[in-house]
Structures are given as structure tokens and as C-alpha cells.
Design a protein around this ligand. Sequence first.
Ligand code: MG
Length: 167
Amino acid sequence: MAWSLIPDRVYSSIYDIDTEALAEAGVRLMLADLDNTIAPYSVSKPSEAVRTWTDSLRNSGIDLFILSNNRSAWRTHDYCTMLGVPYITHAGKPKIAAFRRAMEQMGRTPAETVMVGDQIFTDVAGAKNAGILILLVRPIRLDNPFRALRYAAEQPFRALGRKRNRA
Ligand SMILES: [Mg+2]
């Protein structure tokens, strides 16, 4: 078992994350995956719910920064511009370069930063490589056979992460 693939916390969605508690623990920056974490793949405009969530993060003193592996630069650009948050697209997760660049741009240390994402082999592995806390959410939609298969392969790591929730 690769321990570096086990998430620190597992949630049903971004809305279940206790952002106030994170802020109290000194978190000031949330790096977030875009596709299937914040929005479904097909959605190009932030929903009202995402806008409200982003505002509440901001109000608790945590900046949001999108770290996406999406190769379509315009989609990430349009979405993040509408949401009013900085981003890196084509981020190359799980490599740590983009994680480091985001923290540097925002002037934050790994200890002040968390990552939220929906995939084990990119989001979890990348955050672990970068030395930051990783919060895993369930993918918003599994309407594609490849994604469903990958999700199945991720189950052992999700299960172990859920055990950590209780620790
Ligand atoms: Mg994703």
C-alpha cells in the first residue's frame, strides 16, 4: 500500500468541509482542483452555490486558488475569471511545480495551505509530494466509463482516508 496516496480527510463534497475550523488551524490558502471537484467537466460558469462557497471561504480568511490539469486553457481561464480567483491550468499534478508556484504567488507556506481534489493519483499524490494537507471529495459526476473505472481503482485509498476521518 502506498501511504502517500491516502487522503488526510474524505468528504462527500466541498460543501461539507469545515472551512471555519481550517481557518482556526491557521490555513490561509486552499488550492482546489476544478473538474469534478468544484464543477462538473461540462460546466463552464460558476454556479451560485460555488460563488457563495468561495465568498464564505474568503470571509473566513482563506484564499481559493484553482490548480487544474485541464489542457483547455480557455475553460479554466473563463471559469476562474468569472469566479474571481487565481489559477494555474495544465498544472501537471502530481508534479509539485505548480503547487510550489501557487504557494509562492500567494505568499503562503505548506503549513498554511490545503489542497482539495477528487482524484487519488493527481490531487492526493501531488499534495503529498508538496507536503500539504489533502482533503478528498467524491467526484461530482461519474458519467464516463473511464472515470468510473478510475474511481473504482481509487476505492482502497478512499476507504483508508475515511478511517483517518475518525482518528
Ligand atoms: Mg478532478
